[in-house]
Design a protein around this ligand. Structure first.
Ligand code: GCV
Length: 610
């Protein structure tokens, strides 16, 4: 028996998109008819103007747009109508041409860092999916303007065979499903794959290797003419890459870029390289410096169809990191910023963590024109609601909105999501919007106060373990001692701050100038260091952990006041209980950890365990 498909923020589109809607224009026409019927509104006219591309304009009761622009315009019109608003009349165009979702789905159906169930399209080593659900997903992606979907994990395993003839018809079928929604497919590739196919090397300068990749690209674009390109994780966390052959990452990336260039494809190369076998005794090596050291010298050497995809921070999707200096260092390279909707370090779709406020800070720090694209690791899975926590859908929605307009107000985006999803009375809508807006601050206080990251349980990355990563190989140390904590990354310390442009160095280089939320990322400070507000560092650590936990408890109370529909209400409540338990654990473990080290008592006499 087929279940009703959950519709995320599009509950008013209560009829599935039929199979014969096989172009964006046909989908747009269908959606307008279905949506207007549900909303009891007259259907606006739809006009195709190919010159507008992905852009659209709404005026005089008509929607005019390019090939996918008509679809984006139709959704914008419908979503505005469903929210009781008017769609903007000026010409709308996306800020970045590539707005990509990277799925870390494995062919066996599991998802690396997935928190919403198994893969939506893989199972048992092969493609396997419910077409209706994927059409709904296509609709969700198109409704917020996302246009590229990378189907498999960057840690490529069995699904490496995706590019081999036997699998191509299946990949082509999947591409057919998403094409009407303006979503093009991409795959992650395994740099060493030629070795598995009788080519004796994967050296990027070897003509046999170059030929092998060219033939693979030719075959894939024959099967999927609008295929978007390849995504590559190389020489990172034990993945193969050009270093094995003494080649640079520019040489490796360009070889692949030249294979896909004749088809108009892009080669997305991830800048996530560091020593993942570090000795914790070695204080001279600092993981945040690694990407800049590897890539900045290569600026200008990448082909035009290479996009270097850089994680937003120099570590790895932490709750709070300064923006990556690599994003400032490569003016002659096409760059994408990589975000992570999957809440690996940000609550695992159990704890609330709405990301738009964080991303908006990146817009402040980095002029968005420095980038040509934006990508985010997916938070999707086979759970009925697609994202595990029903509110985690706000991050998928919010990512689309951010990718379309990085200047958009996070408050407006999150309120928009809340309104479309639930249509609550005004006061409740504000409660939910406030919960989302504050969720990062709350989570940050109990997990990563003052920029102290990596106190998380190794492997799972959920729950506290202050020393869990301290003596490990991953380059993730806070070096807390009896007297002090943090890493000195100033000019007179390990020099990391020198990787930034001069104005930013000044912002971070002294403990006084450095914002509190990054203090211990950039500085090593004594527990009795006095902060600008007069509190000592240790007191601030205690206060943040108490406040963060209290903030989670307050969100739990706020949640109870919302008249959410089922099953969202029960799902959100069940997760909130787990979040509160997690927050209490973080509060007590981290406070006790620092109390034992420092011997300092809490000035307010609250309970800290011995
Ligand atoms: C796909 C982190 C995650 C890994 C992930 C890696 C990456 O280290 O823990 O699971 O691997 O980032 O972004 O490549």
């Amino acid at each position: 028996m087929s279940k009703t498909i959950r519709r995320a923020w599009l509950p008013f589109l209560n009829v599935d998109v039929p199979r014969d809607c096989d172009t964006p224009e046909k989908v747009a026409a269908f959606e307008l008819k279905a949506g207007c019927a549900a909303l009891k509104l007259p259907v606006p006219a739809l006009k195709l103007d190919p010159a507008l591309g992905e852009g659209y304009a709404i005026s005089g009761g008509a929607i005019t747009g390019g090939d996918t622009g008509v679809l984006y315009g139709a959704y914008a019109w419908l979503m505005a109508a469903a929210a009781g608003e008017r769609a903007p009349e000026s010409l709308q165009k996306p800020y970045w041409p590539l707005r990509m979702i990277n799925c870390w789905d494995n062919a066996d159906g599991s998802i690396e860092r997935g928190y919403a169930g198994r893969s939506l399209w893989f199972e048992g080593g092969d493609f396997c999916y419910d077409e209706g659900r994927l059409r709904q997903l296509g609709r969700m992606l198109a409704s917020v303007g996302l246009n590229v979907l990378c189907v498999n994990n960057v840690n490529v395993k069995a699904e490496a065979e995706l590019l081999i003839e036997d699998y191509l018809p299946k990949l082509a079928k999947l591409a057919d499903l998403f094409r009407p929604f303006g979503v093009r497919l991409m795959t992650s590739i395994d740099f060493s794959r030629p070795l598995a196919h009788g080519v004796g090397t994967a050296d990027p300068l070897d003509p046999g290797v170059q030929r092998w990749w060219r033939e693979r690209a030719d075959a894939i674009w024959r099967a999927v003419p609008d295929f978007a390109g390849f995504l590559v994780k190389a020489d990172s966390e034990h993945r193969p890459g050009p270093f094995t052959y003494g080649r640079t990452h520019a040489e490796g990336a360009n070889m692949l870029a030249r294979a896909v260039a004749p088809h108009g494809g892009v080669l997305v190369w991830r800048a996530f390289v560091y020593n993942c076998m570090q000795d914790w005794r070695d204080a001279a090596t600092d993981r945040p410096k690694a990407a800049f050291d590897t890539y900045a010298p290569l600026d200008g050497q990448f082909d035009d169809n290479v996009i270097l995809q850089v994680k937003y921070g120099p570590y790895d999707f932490q709750v709070r990191e300064p923006i990556s200096p690599t994003l400032y260092a490569m003016k002659r390279t096409r760059l994408a910023m990589e975000l992570q909707l999957a809440q690996e370090y940000t609550g695992q779709q159990i704890d609330l963590f709405a990301m738009n406020p964080m991303w908006r800070e990146f817009t402040e720090d980095l002029p968005p024109e420095a980038l040509c694209a934006v990508a985010a690791v997916s938070n999707l899975g086979r759970d009925d609601n697609f994202t595990g926590h029903p509110f985690a859908a706000a991050n998928l929605y919010g990512f689309g909105r951010y990718a379309w307009d990085p200047f958009a107000s996070p408050e407006a985006v999150l309120r928009g999501w809340a309104r479309l999803s639930y249509h609550l009375p005004a006061a409740q809508e504000s409660t939910l919007t406030d919960m989302l807006m504050n969720s990062r601050a709350v989570y940050e206080k109990y997990t990563a106060s003052l920029g102290l990251c990596w106190m998380v349980r190794p492997e799972t990355h959920y729950g506290p373990s202050p020393s869990g990563y301290e003596f490990d190989v991953w380059g993730t140390y806070h070096r807390a001692s009896r007297d002090a904590v943090g890493i000195d990354r100033t000019a007179s310390g390990n020099g990391y701050v020198l990787q930034y442009p001069e104005d930013m160095r000044a912002r971070y280089d002294t403990p006084e100038a450095c914002p509190d939320n990054l203090k211990l990322f950039f500085h090593r400070l004594r527990y009795d260091y006095v902060m600008a507000d007069g509190r000592t560092l240790i007191q601030r650590l205690y206060d943040d952990h108490f406040e963060g936990c209290a903030g989670a408890e307050a969100m739990g109370e706020a949640l109870k006041t919302l008249d959410l529909p089922e099953p969202d209400k029960s799902e959100a409540a069940e997760r909130m209980e787990r979040q509160i338990k997690n927050a209490r654990e973080w509060r007590d473990v981290v406070n006790t950890f620092f109390h034992r080290l420092s011997g300092a008592d809490d000035a307010r006499g609250r309970k800290i365990y011995e």
